[in-house]
Design a protein around this ligand. Structure first.
Ligand SMILES: C[S@@+](CC[C@H](N)C(=O)[O-])C[C@H]1O[C@@H](n2cnc3c(N)ncnc32)[C@H](O)[C@@H]1O
Length: 261
């Protein structure tokens, strides 16, 4: 069984959150990918296609395919002459073996029912000597100061709720094992940091992204009994208040892996 409910959904406000997250994280991630001229690239779980389009512009003559399960995300994606979007499932990629020079996914494996199958599929469609790159969440790494106890409680409830949906909010810490089990030998791990504080350029947007994660899962969190609507509203408010303080800060780190087929 490889069907999951996508915890964030595809409302306009969620798509706006995803676009903001792209603005916060695309630069270092594209540097990490090290796209080479003329490369044939696949993004699995391409969402709104914002990253895929930036990857196409990262080096001359790069061709990018974005594979995405949700028709709503595909409709909202912009277009680019060297980017093609395809509807499909990460568990069963509709591509022949050894098709791409570089295959990557970002913020995807936490949402799929069988991440091991998804990674094996990514390996299958990569040419021998080609590379597979992954960047994923481990939501336990979020730190804010001054402490936000109501937010922390609901943040933990969100991870438990995601687990009920067959996702894994902590999958970032499992990347090495997932890639090893898929048959990769050369695997390198790294972190992409988020470091923000009162007055730093992206502190407010980073806090908004955290609050947006809760907001987009609101209906499911409440209907599943994970928390009450009032608790959720209080927690989001408590978190957002940090943006207006002069003494607040927050950190996080995305888990990354790069492997050679
Ligand atoms: C958080 S978004 C990330 C989008 C994009 N990778 C980015 O970095 O902006 C995750 C995306 O994965 C898609 N997704 C979830 N499960 C999938 C699956 N089994 N196959 C393909 N896409 C899937 C969702 O519809 C969503 O658009």
């Amino acid at each position: 069984m490889t069907e999951t409910t996508y915890i964030h959904g595809t409302t306009q406000s969620e798509q706006a959150r995803l676009a903001t997250l792209n603005r916060l994280t695309n630069g270092p991630f594209i540097e990490f990918l090290g796209v080479t001229p003329g490369a044939s690239v696949l993004e699995v779980g391409s969402g709104l296609g914002i990253l895929a389009i930036e990857v196409a512009g990262a080096a001359p003559d790069v061709q990018v395919t974005g594979l995405e399960r949700s028709p709503e995300q595909l409709v909202a994606a912009a277009s680019h002459p060297r980017v093609t979007f395809v509807e499909g499932d990460a568990h069963k990629l509709p591509f022949a073996d050894a098709t791409f020079d570089l295959v990557y996914c970002r913020y995807l494996l936490e949402h799929v029912a069988e991440p091991g199958i998804a990674v094996a599929e990514m390996r299958r469609v990569t040419r021998p000597g080609g590379r597979v790159a992954v960047m994923e969440n481990d939501t336990s790494l979020v730190r804010v100061d001054p402490p936000r106890p109501a937010f922390q409680a609901i943040w933990a409830a969100l991870a438990r709720y995601q687990w009920q949906l067959k996702g894994d909010a902590f999958i970032g810490r499992r990347l090495y094992r997932l890639l090893k089990d898929a048959g990769f030998e050369q695997i390198e791990l790294s972190l992409q940091p988020e470091v923000h504080w009162s007055g730093s350029p992206h502190f407010r947007a980073w806090l908004e992204n955290l609050a947006g994660n809760l907001d987009s899962a609101r209906a499911g969190l409440v209907e599943s009994g994970s928390c009450k609507a009032e608790q959720l509203a209080y927690a989001m408010d408590e978190l957002r208040q940090l943006a207006d303080r002069s003494d607040a800060s927050g950190t996080f780190a995305w888990n990354r892996a790069m492997a050679v087929r």
